[in-house]
Design a protein around this ligand. Sequence first.
Ligand SMILES: *Cc1c(COP(=O)(O)O)cnc(C)c1O
Length: 420
Amino acid sequence: MHNPDWLSQGLTHIWLPYTQMQTMVTPIAAVATDKSKIYLADGRSLIDGIASWWTACHGYNHPYIYHQAEKQLRTMPHVMFGGIVHEPALRLATRLADLLPGNLERVFFTDSGSVAVEVALKMAMQYWLNKGQSQRQKLLAFRGGYHGDTMATMAICDPEEGMHSLFKGILPEHYIGDLPIDEESESILDQFLQKYASSIAAIITEPLVQGAGGMIFHNPEVLKRLRRLADKYGLLLILDEIFTGFGRTGTMFACEQADIVPDIITLSKALTGGTMALAATVATPQIFEGFLSDNPIHALMHGPTFMANPLACACAHASLDLFEQEPRLHQIAAISAQMKTELELCRELPKVKDVRIMGAIGVVELDKINDINHLKNKLLQEDVWVRPFRNIIYLTPAFTITSEELHRLTYAIYNVLSEE
Ligand SMILES: *Cc1c(COP(=O)(O)O)cnc(C)c1O
């Protein structure tokens, strides 16, 4: 096994995500991808169990996305979006409005999930400011949640994961509650809102699955309760579907399973099928109309340089075409069924606390992972790319993964855990 020269040299200049650089384990070097495989510089290949942070839902290098991207690349890979519009973005906005439930129909494009959430927060806060309600400066978010890594989004993540104590005095302080998972917690939340609702602009949560916060599931009833409470107290409801959107939980959007419509929704991750950076914040006409005014400062003052990038929009169109042309929701159901049979076997292993499956998300929760680097290494030795974190190992494969490849993933997890 030889490492390419760019690796050792470059590692002295790069700053890696979520990594204590002092004790960094040398990361693996990828040179190519195809379908559900990542090819490495040392000649090996791995089956990807997590689809590059849940993005590559059609597998890597899908020829159709490639073809559509190539066409866009030749004509107009990028043009600014200030004062200029273009067909890929306007058609994509129309298409998302058609696809999303209810009257979510006004689309603001950005280039990352965190920024899409920032825009959602800004919309919610300014919606009330424009109405002259300047006391609504707080948000209600939930323990176990994850909404991004920027300063404003960190402040609404789970307090521990969002490192609220490290950044105390720097991050804005919001209300972080427990999701209303039963009637008792609903009534606690109701009492809380009776007291504090007038200081709150919006409630924000990830629907059905809190992803990066620990792959914690809740049922659709929880979302119904949040919608009811938001309506009762006149608050906005923001659903962050950056992880759950585009089929991951078994329906195109998670909120469809609860039959509710938020006031604002955020999308990213699988929006372009894992090819280009793109995100969207989509609002109802009620929110949008709150910005219509003779007063220029009532406008939404936001505009990322690369917003609505035409190449990224073309990839999103191609990805949505694939959802229409290929049987993605059936594939997701098949993945779900296979994981239910195969991952379920892990339940009998000594350190396993829970096994849970929703759509194309499979989670094995352990009591505790003692040596996470050791576990990561053992998974690599099985030629699979699976990234355990905290006390969980999870699979979020491409929807196009073959059942044989999926079997290799579930088998690798079982194998590695049975040796723990
Ligand atoms: C990944 C994620 C984000 C942040 O997206 P980035 O593109 O990493 O900034 C926000 N919310 C949820 C639910 C996510 O899964």
